[in-house]
Design a protein around this ligand. Structure first.
Ligand code: 5GP
Length: 175
């Protein structure tokens, strides 16, 4: 199966593009919420450009016995901090929008705390039929790059970053 490999340089540039577009849109988040673990590094880079604090949440697709689950559930949530989300403009960040189930779940959870606005940012949006839907309350969706539906290997998953970077030169075409 063909895969995309993105380098840390690619990720940094894509995160900067997202931040530029967030700024150009006029959306000024009060807080960045990173979906772990894939959203942690993108959120941190975006923070370099937007300068806002990050809260982290974690969702998983396996149960206590390591059995796969159909829907995501929380493994880590903001709890104390979520009380502070009321009236806030939130930028929710993840690395990839694949089936969209995770984003739908996290947006719905955040909306329960009466934020002023929730916007979504992902490094990569896969072109495909989505199982989940972004709730209508979300008016701004920033995808760094829209790519064909292939598996993405991120640099933070590489055991040998030099091999990873070398193989990234042979990515399938994107457009
Ligand atoms: P969803 O299907 O809910 O949009 O994505 C669920 C999660 O699966 C993502 O947050 C991400 O962690 C993981 N995922 C989906 N597609 C890919 C991919 O192509 N590469 C990697 N590394 N993770 C992916």
């Amino acid at each position: 199966m063909e895969k995309y490999r993105f380098t840390y340089q690619d990720i940094h540039r894509t995160a900067r593009d997202i931040a530029d577009r967030v700024k150009a849109s006029g959306f000024e988040p009060d807080i960045i919420v990173a979906i772990g673990s894939g959203g942690f590094i993108p959120a941190r880079i975006i923070r370099t450009f937007l300068g806002k604090p990050i809260l982290a949440v974690g969702v998983a697709y396996y149960d206590a016995n390591d059995k796969p689950t159909d829907l995501p559930h929380k493994v880590q949530w903001i709890e104390e901090a979520e009380k502070k989300l009321a009236g806030k403009r939130i930028l929710l960040v993840d690395e990839v929008d694949d089936s969209r189930t995770t984003l739908e779940y996290c947006v719905r959870e955040l909306l329960r705390h009466d934020p002023a606005e929730v916007a979504v940012a992902v490094l990569h949006d896969k072109k495909k039929d989505k199982r989940g839907a972004i709730p209508a309350e979300v008016k701004r969706y920033f995808a760094g790059r829209t790519i064909p539906d292939k598996w993405i290997v991120y640099p933070w998953d590489a055991e040998d970053i030099d091999d990873h970077d070398a193989m990234a030169a042979d990515n399938p075409p994107i457009d």
